[in-house]
Design a protein around this ligand. Structure first.
Ligand SMILES: O=C(O)CCC(=O)C(=O)O
Ligand SMILES: [Fe+2]
Length: 349
């Protein structure tokens, strides 16, 4: 009874989320409604947000060189080797190595992801990272990739595989992150070998083809049918995972492992199918990592309050704190656990 009252009270909120970036079928009874998805709720969100992203990208096109744009439009990702001038890159690695700063960690399967937010206090101690975060070359690729000038969240990210007992890291399964074009970027601080968690991408899978839309439809019904599961059980299977056979049936090429030397920047539209490649042995990866995500239905590219520099740099910390607060209120679960002060290069504790 109480839950029915709660459901009715929250219904307007859940319905409004249709026009937001909310992607969780299991948490939102409107987005996860099988009847609605059979009638095309999910596929309409996919189609409409894709069209809006294309329009916004056209307007942002002038921000990046024509050959970068061509590569990104064709492949869904771009690889920029020797991204930073050599001396700045060496300074960056040096500064990150000597930094100990507040860190959060999340466990997925047997893998730990550690984030140190590049907030103002941290950037003061890693001035080379400030140069990266503020460089137009870095920002503009992310802006174009994410089809939005909204401020990305930027962290020093450490990924440590085989760090804890557990099932395989769910991120090693091919998947799409969400229902609309969106961007992530990795500036690798160390070489990434093909057998040590390279980023993996299915070239050209960022396009919304008729077959991709059919897959989205089938996936949305599969996801809607799932009974509401406790959070802990959701972790081992990504809702938006796809098998290599299905990738093949969509007429897409085989996934490629992007093994690259240190100082390579990869920017990808993670609406395309991608994964974290497996690692033969326990391995770790340290990178400057950015993610840009915003309401995908917005017609404009700018007007983001977070682009005010002093505010935008604090976004990751606001994000952590708001999840902490939601958890305290019993309204959510905080996966990013406070680990005190750490180095990005510390092994798993
Ligand atoms: O860390 C990686 O290589 C990719 C992980 C992933 O799927 C993501 O960040 O969306
Ligand atoms: Fe992903």
């Amino acid at each position: 009874m109480l839950s029915l009252a709660r459901q009715s009270l929250l219904m307007p909120f859940w319905a409004a989320q249709v026009f937001s970036q909310d992607k969780f079928f299991a948490r939102n009874p409107v987005l996860g409604n099988r009847w609605l998805n059979e009638r095309g709720l999910h596929t309409r969100r996919v189609t409409w947000s894709f069209q809006m992203a294309e329009r916004r990208r056209r307007r942002l096109a002038k921000l990046i060189p024509a050959d970068d744009r061509a590569a990104f439009d064709r492949d869904g990702f771009i690889v920029k080797r020797d991204f930073l001038p050599h001396d700045i890159f060496l300074a960056l690695v040096d500064q990150v190595r000597s930094l100990r700063a507040p860190a959060r960690e999340m466990v997925e399967g047997d893998t730990i992801t550690r984030h140190i937010a590049l907030e103002p206090a941290v950037l003061q101690r890693v001035p080379a990272a400030r140069q990266v975060v503020q460089s137009p070359a870095f920002r503009n690729l992310i802006t174009y990739g994410g089809s939005s000038a909204a401020a990305p969240m930027v962290y020093i990210q450490t990924v440590i595989s085989g760090a804890v007992p557990g099932l395989a890291d769910p991120q090693t399964e091919l998947h799409t992150d969400t229902f609309h074009p969106t961007v992530k970027a990795w500036l690798f601080l160390e070489d990434v070998a093909a057998d040590a968690m390279p980023f993996v991408y299915v070239r050209g899978s960022h396009r919304l083809t008729p077959r991709r839309l059919e897959w989205e439809y089938r996936m949305s019904l599969r996801a809607s049918r799932q009974p509401k599961q406790p959070h802990a059980q959701q972790e081992h299977r990504l809702v938006r995972a796809i098998s290599t056979d299905e990738v093949n049936e969509l007429g897409l090429p085989a996934p490629e492992a992007i093994a690259v030397p240190a100082n390579t920047l990869v920017v990808a539209d993670t609406f395309g199918f991608h994964a974290r490649g497996p690692s033969r042995l326990p391995a770790s990866r340290v990178e400057i990592w950015a993610m840009g995500r915003r309401n995908p239905f917005l017609p404009w590219t700018g007007l983001d309050p977070w682009t005010i520099a002093a505010l935008g740099l604090r976004k990751p910390v606001f994000y952590w704190k708001s999840l902490d607060a939601l958890e305290q209120l019993g309204l959510g679960r905080q996966r990013w656990r406070d680990r005190g002060v750490l180095s990005a290069f510390d092994p798993a504790l």
